[in-house]
Design a protein around this ligand. Structure first.
Ligand code: GDP
Length: 459
C-alpha cells in the first residue's frame, strides 16, 4: 500500500501548534497507547479529508535536552520537518504579528530547503495564522506574507473558521496518490530499527557489503526515503528506509522521540522488523515501545543483540542474555534473537536467515481440522473459569488470514473471554504450530449453538 504523505507543524512555542494539531487530527488523538515507561504525548496523528489521508507531525512535541535554548529547539524541529515532511505548516500568532523568532524560522525553512546533508526537494510551506478570531485579525494576517511564503491561511481554533479551507489547500499541495497499487511484490521488506548508536547503519553496511545489491536507491515513499534491494539465499529483500538509517547527527542526537517516530513509520512499511540493541546496554523502554508497535501492527520481529565483540563471554553468557531478554519481552517471548557483531561481521547473515524464517511463520496456514483438534484438546484440559455463573464455550476455530496469522474463535459470548484465557489460547497455538517471531491475532465472534437436528425424526 502506498504510504501516506506527511505534514509537519513547526513554529515558536505558544503559537498554538498543538491546538492546530488537535484541530486537524480531531478525535483520533484520544487513542494514546498506554505503554509503561514511554512518554505519552502524541507526536503524530492521521487525518482524512475529501477521501485522502495524510499524517500530521507536531514537531513541538519533540523532546529536547533541558539545556537547549528555544531557538535550538525550534531549529531542531524545523530540521525534522524539512527532513520528514512533504509539506510544512508554519504556525504563527495573528495577535502577536511577526516576531523575531518567526523571522528566524522562516529563514531556517528556506535554508533547510536547500542546504543539509542531502540534496532536497523544495517542500511547500503554508503559513497558518492562529487566533484569527475576528475579521480584524483575519485582515491583519496578511502581514505574514512578508515572511516570504506563497500561502497564508488565518484560522481560529475558537470558531473552527477556515480549517476546511486549510485542509483543501494542504491536499492540493501534497503529492498525488499513485493511481495504481504496485503489482505483486514478493520482496521481503525488512526494517532495521533501534536507538541511535546501537549499530544500525553498521549492520546495514555489512549486509549491503556482503550481499548482491540489486538496486541501491529504490524510492521508498512519497518522501525522500530511500530503500535498498539486495539478494540473499535466492531471495530479494527490500531494506526499508536505508537513507534514514544512515542519516544521523544533527537531528537525531538528543531527540529520542525522533528515532521513535522514524521507526514507527518503518515498522508500518516492513514485513519483518530487525530490532537492534547494544549488548552493553540491552533493552530500554524505547525498544519495548517498538516491539509493542510490531505486535500491534501484526509484523514479524528479529531481535539483534549487536556489539557482541565487546562482551566478555563464558559458557553461560548467551543463556544469561536470553533470560534477561525473556524477562524484558515478557509479552512476546517468541522473539528470535541473534547475537552479532556488525563491526566484525560475525553472524550478520543469520539476521537475514532469521528474517526469512519469521516471514515463513507469518505466512503459515494451519488446516482447520488440525486447528480444532488442538483447540478442543486445550479447552478440555483447561476449561475456562465460570464468570457470574456463566462459562465461556469455544465451539469452533478457523484461520481467517495470514500475515499475521489471524484466528477466529466462535464462542457463546465474546465478553466471557478474559485476557488470561486469550493468552492461554495464543500460547496453545504457538506451542502446537510455531509462529516464532510473528504476531498472531485471535478474534472472538458470537455464535448461537445450532439446534441439534432431532434424531430419529425421519424414522
Ligand atoms: P546507528 O546510530 O544505530 O546507526 O549506529 P552506528 O552503526 O553508527 O554505530 C554506532 C557506533 O557503534 C559506531 O562507532 C560503530 O563503529 C560502533 N559499532 C557498531 N557496531 C558495532 C559492533 O558490533 N561492535 C563494536 N565494538 N562497535 C560497533
Amino acid at each position: 500500500m502506498a504510504e501516506k504523505p506527511v505534514v509537519a507543524i513547526v513554529g515558536r512555542p505558544n503559537v498554538g501548534k498543538s491546538t492546530l494539531f488537535n484541530r486537524l487530527v480531531g478525535q483520533r488523538r484520544a487513542i494514546v497507547e498506554d505503554i509503561p515507561g514511554t512518554t505519552r504525548d502524541r507526536l503524530y496523528g492521521d487525518v482524512e479529508w475529501a477521501g485522502r489521508a495524510f499524517t500530521v507531525i507536531d514537531t513541538g512535541g519533540l523532546e529536547l535536552s533541558p539545556s537547549s535554548d528555544m531557538m535550538t529547539s525550534v531549529a531542531n524541529q524545523v530540521g525534522v520537518a524539512v527532513d520528514e515532511a512533504d509539506l510544512i505548516l508554519f504556525a504563527v500568532d495573528s495577535v502577536d504579528g511577526i516576531t523575531a523568532a518567526d523571522e528566524e524560522i522562516a529563514q531556517l525553512l528556506r535554508a533547510g530547503n536547500v542546504a543539509g546533508s542531502r540534496a532536497r526537494q523544495q517542500k511547500p510551506v503554508i503559513v497558518v495564522a492562529g487566533k484569527a478570531d475576528n475579521q480584524e485579525r483575519r485582515d491583519a494576517a496578511n502581514e505574514f506574507f512578508a515572511l516570504g511564503f506563497e500561502d497564508v491561511v488565518p484560522v481560529s481554533a475558537v470558531h473552527g473558521a477556515n480549517s476546511g479551507d486549510l485542509l483543501d489547500l494542504v491536499l492540493s499541495k501534497l503529492p498525488e496518490p499513485p493511481l495504481y497499487e504496485s503489482e505483486e511484490d514478493d520482496r521481503l521488506k525488512v526494517a532495521i530499527v533501534g536507538r541511535p548508536n546501537v549499530g544500525k547503519s553498521s549492520l546495514l553496511n555489512k549486509l549491503i557489503g556482503q550481499q548482491r545489491v540489486v538496486v541501491s536507491d529504490v524510492p521508498g515513499t512519497t518522501r525522500d526515503a530511500i530503500d535498498t534491494e539486495i539478494e540473499y539465499a535466492g531471495r530479494r529483500f527490500l531494506l526499508v528506509d536505508t537513507a534514514g538509517i544512515r542519516r544521523r547527527g544533527r537531528i537525531e542526537q538528543g531527540i529520542e522521540k525522533y528515532s521513535v517516530l522514524r521507526s514507527e513509520r518503518s515498522v508500518s512499511r516492513a514485513d519483518v522488523i530487525v530490532l537492534v540493541v547494544d549488548a552493553t546496554e540491552m533493552v530500554t523502554a524505547q525498544d519495548l515501545h517498538i516491539a509493542g508497535d510490531v505486535e500491534r501492527e501484526g509484523k514479524g520481529i528479529v531481535l539483534v543483540v549487536n556489539k557482541w565483540d565487546l562482551v566478555e563471554k563464558d559458557t553461560h553468557t548467551i543463556q544469561q542474555y536470553l533470560e534477561e531478554i525473556g524477562r524484558e519481552f515478557n509479552f512476546m517471548r517468541w522473539v528470535p534473537t541473534v547475537f552479532i557483531s556488525a563491526l566484525t561481521g560475525q553472524r550478520v547473515q543469520r539476521v537475514l536467515d532469521e528474517a526469512i524464517g519469521v516471514e515463513a511463520e507469518r505466512q503459515r496456514r494451519v488446516p482447520t481440522g488440525q486447528l480444532n483438534e488442538v483447540v478442543e484438546r486445550a479447552v478440555t484440559a483447561h476449561p475456562p473459569a465460570t464468570h457470574k455463573g456463566r462459562q465461556l464455550r469455544v465451539y469452533y476455530a478457523t484461520q481467517a488470514t495470514v500475515a499475521p496469522p489471524t484466528f477466529i474463535f466462535f464462542v457463546n459470548d465474546p465478553d466471557l473471554v478474559h485476557f488470561a484465557y486469550e493468552r492461554f489460547l495464543e500460547n496453545t497455538l504457538r506451542e502446537a504450530f510455531g509462529f516464532r517471531g510473528t504476531a498472531v491475532r485471535l478474534r472472538f465472534r458470537p455464535r448461537k449453538l445450532v439446534e441439534e437436528p432431532t434424531r430419529g425424526r425421519r424414522s
